[in-house]
Design a protein around this ligand. Structure first.
Ligand code: ATP
Length: 385
């Protein structure tokens, strides 16, 4: 059997190989040399070409110009090459380094690992853990729990439940607690987003993050998206002047777009919370958005007693202590402050090497929490001179 001819390993081998096998060796050699030169030329061009910079599209204007953000954070108004794909704000693009002309869209968009940016959990809060908010619990059960648990009922009756609710009231009154309780009772994924973080930590990314949070919520449905400090995003603005304000506005617009985008009977619900309902942009509470408003008040005497009982449930203390007398001294306290009283009272007992809490511990704890509240109030007033 004839020995198998060795395959050419390099260009010279290739020419020799063609030379030996071709009918007209000179023509063939010429063709191969031409092809080789052309290949080298292309390769040379590639080496000479300056790299393109990856930037982010911020705003696009009608006359083929756009504002881009370069990696160091600076922004420029630049031209868009005419053969560039359709672009939208948020896209990653390649730009020439010399004149920053946008030449190409990068086919991938940056995605967030949502679970790194927001709190995602399956909470374990029971309705019994909430004191003094019977009417609010009832309402949230109707507008969030019922449509998630029994959407068919709404279809049969022919009404659409709200897409979400807005809980408003003083800090520490139990807004987060209520949202977690409804997530527990419906076995939903609880996705917590803090409005102020969205605009401060993720500068330039807020709108994209909002979009992806809702995509994530749909994947994890049934889900409750809880937007705490909603006012940081959705405050009324007289004018949108600075780039920071424009950024907040874009994030807010995205939130509205997401709210408008899903159907009332989808199994994703949004719960907003704020201490500053007075400064909210009305757009967020328009019909079809967070149009059910639930006030979460500072607890009255009866509610304070319920909350106190919840937080002292597992405490070891003299049962002859008059809870009413203690409650009377806590006028104006929020649920969080009542809880703080119980914890502080426990610490007083520990410091005194006791394993039970006395009336005096509670009284001292009440004074301490009051003092802290007064100090906080003073600090706040101090900010305004
Ligand atoms: P913020 O506006 O500051 O976010 P919030 O209204 O969301 O406050 P929560 O975070 O729900 O308040 O409350 C803080 C803690 O205070 C709760 O984890 C709970 O222990 C206690 N608490 C508040 N309200 C109640 C309540 N009504 N019943 C029982 N515990 C309560």
């Amino acid at each position: 059997m004839p020995a198998k001819e060795a395959k050419p390993k390099n260009i010279i081998d290739s020419i020799m190989y063609q030379y030996s096998t071709s009918a007209n060796p000179y023509e063939e050699e010429n063709r191969i040399l031409k092809e080789t030169i052309s290949r080298f030329k292309d390769e040379l061009e590639r080496f000479k070409a300056s790299p393109l910079m990856v930037c982010e599209m911020r705003e696009i204007f009608a006359n083929n110009t756009a504002i881009i953000k370069i990696p160091n954070g600076n922004q420029f108004l630049v031209n868009i090459s005419s053969d560039c794909d359709k672009l939208k704000p948020g896209d990653l693009v390649l730009v020439e380094q010399k004149n920053l002309t946008v030449v190409k869209k990068v086919p991938i968009t940056r995605r967030f690992n949502i679970e790194k940016f927001v709190i995602v959990e399956k909470p374990n809060v029971l309705w019994e853990d909430i004191g003094g908010l019977n009417q609010q619990v009832q309402e949230i059960k109707e507008v969030v729990e019922l449509p998630l648990k029994n959407p068919e009922l709404f279809k049969r009756i022919g009404i659409t439940p709200p897409k979400g609710v807005l809980l408003y009231g003083e800090p520490g009154t139990g807004k987060t607690l209520l949202a977690k309780a409804v997530a527990s009772s419906t076995n939903s994924t609880f996705i917590e987003v803090v409005g102020s973080e969205l605009v401060q930590k993720f500068i330039g990314e807020g709108a994209k993050l909002v979009k992806e949070i809702f995509e994530f919520a749909r994947k994890k449905a049934p889900a409750i998206v809880f937007v705490d400090e909603l006012d940081a995003l959705a405050a009324k603005r007289m004018e949108v002047g600075t780039s920071g304000e424009r950024e907040v506005n874009r994030t807010f617009m995205q939130l509205l777009a997401e709210l408008d985008g899903f159907k009332p009977l989808d199994n994703v619900k949004i719960i907003g919370a704020t201490n500053r309902k007075d400064i909210l942009d009305q757009a967020i509470i328009r019909p079809g958005r967070l149009d059910r408003l639930i006030n979460i008040p500072i607890p009255n005497q009866e509610a304070r007693l319920e909350i106190f009982k919840i937080h002292t449930k597992n405490m070891n203390f003299d049962k002859k202590i008059s809870m009413e007398a203690l409650i009377n001294r806590m006028e104006g306290f929020s649920g969080a402050e009542i809880k703080a009283v119980c914890t502080e009272a426990g610490y007083f007992a520990i410091r005194n090497n006791r394993e039970f809490v006395t009336k005096e511990d509670f009284l001292k704890a009440i004074d301490k929490v009051k003092q802290e509240e007064e100090l906080e109030g003073k600090d706040f007033m101090g900010m305004f001179g």
